[in-house]
Design a protein around this ligand. Structure first.
Ligand SMILES: NC(=O)c1ccc[n+]([C@@H]2O[C@H](COP(=O)([O-])OP(=O)(O)OC[C@H]3O[C@@H](n4cnc5c(N)ncnc54)[C@H](O)[C@@H]3O)[C@@H](O)[C@H]2O)c1
Length: 323
């Protein structure tokens, strides 16, 4: 590998333009060597914006001509699998968004192919890289030792469409509430032992509310609160350890209580990240930094394909453990 990590990009859609390519564009040690999208207008607009010269409608041609070290595959989950496997088989490190395919089966095989080909696969569970969340987690663990209780909340409002995500290709828990499931695992920092859950459709043709109690092997209890028929988007976390609690909404702030005090510290999400740009204070920038560092060092990422299998297995258990 030269001094710069040569990154090829597949997908010129919303997430690519709003968070991932702006992050990569700020790294001195990254060269964006080619961009592929099947929609010509999106391809050209995005390539112009990020100064990318080589443009393709066919990703296989891009991989052959640019010979990248890594590739970002940024498209809806039901289109990922074949492209990801082809990249891994070509010996290229791969970054994908969440969810990592449409089933545990798919991410298990992506992980298998990454290992077989000696390359890194990473999933964009960006909440784990949010500076405020990381800081609070460190403070809680330093003060109180291992977490004994975490609450992972994700509420949204959907206007009752006929189907869940992507014309029904993926269910809500796998596609989106999975962020709360993954962050719960991250905060508990242990293996799941037991799950009790409630999965409800609330009058819709598909499931919209996913609530669960999850026991971990370090005695931590995880509580998942997620519901897509609520008043609006609220995504927040509670962390509790002996003598300390943090209540964190990464869009705004965290409040920490310790040793019986009603209030100890208030932390502003943007101040902690040193930026009021969403892609920086909401974890995307630090996530890409971690991926590039792992590509350079060969280290397994925090949110590797292998680790994402565990998050998807917990999604399965939540469906299987309904009351
Ligand atoms: N982490 C988060 O908070 C978050 C938020 C929103 C979406 N996402 C995830 O990001 C992913 C991408 O979502 P998006 O909204 O950016 O999608 P999008 O639909 O806006 O963009 C996908 C792009 O891929 C292109 N494309 C499709 N098939 C292609 C092919 N074979 N070759 C080349 N280009 C192809 C499309 O033309 C489109 O431009 C999804 O998995 C979604 O779940 C994550």
């Amino acid at each position: 590998m030269t001094d710069k990590v040569r990154v090829a990009l597949i997908g010129a859609g919303g997430m690519a333009n709003s968070v991932h390519y702006p992050s990569l564009a700020e790294f001195d040690d990254v060269e964006m060597v080619g961009l592929c999208d099947v929609v010509e207008s999106k391809l050209n607009e995005t390539a112009d914006r990020f100064g990318i010269e080589k443009r393709y409608a066919d990703y296989q041609q891009m991989l052959e001509e640019t010979q990248p070290d890594a590739v970002y595959v940024l498209m809806p989950p039901h289109h990922l699998y074949d492209i990801v496997i082809r990249c891994l088989e070509s010996g290229i490190n791969v970054f994908i968004e969440k969810p990592p395919g449409v089933s545990t089966h798919q991410i298990r095989w992506m992980a298998e192919f990454a290992e077989k080909n000696g390359v890194i696969g990473m999933v964009g569970f960006n909440r784990r890289y949010i500076p405020l969340l990381e800081l609070c987690r460190d403070k809680v663990v330093v003060h109180g030792g291992a977490m004994h209780q975490v609450v992972s909340t994700f509420y949204k409002w959907t206007e009752a469409p006929m189907h869940p995500y992507y014309n029904g290709a993926v269910d809500i828990l796998t596609s989106d509430a999975v962020h709360a499931v993954d962050t719960m695992r991250f905060l508990a920092d242990a293996e799941v032992t037991k799950v009790a859950s409630s999965v409800r459709s609330l009058g819709m043709k598909y499931d919209v509310a996913f609530n669960a109690l999850v026991e971990f092997d370090n005695d931590c209890l995880g509580i998942l609160l997620s519901n897509w028929r609520c008043g609006g988007r609220v995504h927040q976390f509670e962390m509790h350890a002996a003598g300390i609690s943090a209540f964190v909404n990464p869009n705004y702030e965290a409040v920490i209580h310790a040793d019986g005090e009603e209030f100890v510290e208030r932390l502003d999400s943007k101040q902690v990240a040193g930026s009021d740009e969403n892609f920086k204070f909401y974890g995307f920038y630090h996530q890409s930094r971690h991926f590039i560092d792992c590509v350079k060092s060969g280290q397994e990422p925090l949110t590797s394909f292998q680790d994402a299998v565990k998050t998807m297995e917990l999604v399965d258990k939540i469906y299987q453990s309904g009351m």
